[in-house]
Design a protein around this ligand. Structure first.
Ligand code: NZQ
Ligand code: ZN
Length: 389
């Protein structure tokens, strides 16, 4: 561990079947005016809404709602939610949904008492709140983003097609608590489940493929990756397997609550490529990552060869006997590709509605990061998108 870091995570987790009952312990800690935030209606059909609403009623809360939070939540929706919270004089925001609902609730929480333009302040200038943040909690229904235990909020501006992730430093933006009941994820459509699985895996990759020191975080990452691979194989065969789905839920949280980035720079370039694709196409987050990953990792492999070799051996069990370092590393990426195809992620951008004519715009919208093995230039970004078509 050659890097310095601060690690602190204030989110309390309640994990397991029936853990929604813990709302009865948490909600009384906050004032009476609650805003319940949810998405397009899945919680109404699978019964989660009724369970949460009953507890809110029992706790005597005065509840307003923000419904219809879309996947890849937008700035106009954030502004609409801010108005609802102001009118209701919200004491607490309860997000019930996936990463989109959770991210959205953080953006609203930081904007309710903000007198400036929240888009400019948080998502363009990347500033911190100068106002009180409305406290929030989360009941998670979709696994992947880690939003339940981090300070990230990804919002899309439909006018400019920018999809921007702000990672708040102010811990008040993080959920005070998150309820993680794996049963709540069992109604996810397969496409969303698989997308979430790849999102988990890639979060770990982003923090693993950087640095050259001997770092405990990398050993933790290898264990988490092996767990994702193992449980994903079970989950795609039988999505109702509680044990596999619970492991995926727990792994997702640890994949992106800053633990495995301790002492590391973080790469995050696959996410920048994927987010640019998402901003233009509104495609499902994890699938945008999957579509560009193989081209990206092949491109940076020569600059981080020892780590890619280690990845092949430690995560995919590649036998290095008789092989050059590069052959071992490439065999690791081949094994990863075979797994991606096995679980059924999107392997080509064309499947997400991207064509050659859109690549310049997507490349222009891509943020450039420099924490990985190679800081990409625009022509390299364009080449990776082209190879991913
Ligand atoms: O809106 P509803 O009707 O609820 O349907 C949702 C949505 O259509 C559905 N769904 C969720 N739980 C369900 C369910 N359907 C049936 N049963 C359930 N139990 O799934 C669809 C996708 O949900 P969404 O919340 O959009 O997915 P996800 O959790 O992948 O979140 C994606 C968003 O998170 C951002 C992404 O960019 C994207 O905007 N990210 C947030 C991060 C963070 N906070 O750190 C990091 C990630 O890298 C990511 O960028
Ligand atoms: Zn992600």
């Amino acid at each position: 561990m050659l890097g310095n870091f601060t690690y602190y995570n204030p989110t309390k987790l309640y994990f397991g079947g029936g853990s929604v009952a813990s709302l009865r312990d948490e909600l009384p800690k906050y004032g009476p005016n609650i805003v319940l935030v949810y998405g397009g209606g899945s919680i109404k059909t699978n019964g989660i809404y009724d369970q949460v609403a009953a507890i809110l009623k029992d706790c005597g809360k005065n509840v307003a709602e923000i419904s219809g939070v879309m996947p890849n939540p937008t700035l106009p929706k954030v502004l609409e939610g801010v108005e609802i919270c102001r009118r209701h004089q919200a004491d607490f925001l309860l997000a019930v949904g996936g990463g989109s609902v959770c991210d959205y609730t953080k953006a609203v929480a930081a904007s309710v008492h903000c007198e400036e333009d929240p888009w400019q302040k948080y998502f363009v200038r990347f500033e911190e709140p100068a106002c009180p943040v409305v406290p929030l909690g989360c009941v998670l229904t979709m696994v992947g983003t880690g939003s339940e235990m981090n300070a990230g909020s990804v919002i899309t501006n439909p006018d400019t097609k920018e999809k921007v992730g702000k990672v708040f430093e102010n811990e008040d933006v993080m959920p005070k608590f998150s309820i993680l009941d794996p049963n709540y994820t069992l109604t996810l459509p397969r496409y969303q489940m698989v997308s979430g699985i790849y999102d988990i895996f890639n979060h770990i990759c982003e923090q693993y493929f950087c640095g050259a020191d001997d770092n405990t975080s990398d050993y933790l990452s290898e264990g988490l990756m092996r767990s994702v691979i193992h449980s994903s194989r079970i989950a795609v065969k039988n999505p109702q397997d509680y044990e596999a789905r619970s492991n995926l839920m727990w792994t997702a949280t640890w994949a992106l609550n800053t633990l495995v980035e301790c002492g590391k720079t973080g790469d995050w370039m696959v996410h920048m490529l994927g987010q640019a694709v998402g901003g233009v196409t509104n495609a499902t987050h994890g699938m945008t990552l999957a579509a560009v990953s193989q081209a990206y990792y092949h491109h940076v492999l020569p600059y981080g060869l020892p780590k890619f070799k280690r990845f092949a051996e430690a995560v995919w069990g590649i036998d290095p006997t008789g092989k050059s370092d590069e052959e071992v590393a490439l065999a690791g990426l081949d094994a990863m590709k075979a797994w991606m195809e096995e679980i059924g992620v999107v392997m080509h951008l064309t499947e997400l509605g991207v064509d050659e004519s859109m690549l310049d715009q997507i490349a222009d919208l891509t943020f450039h990061m420099d924490g990985g093995y190679k800081a990409l230039k625009r022509d390299e970004i364009l080449a990776i998108f082209r190879e991913s078509l």
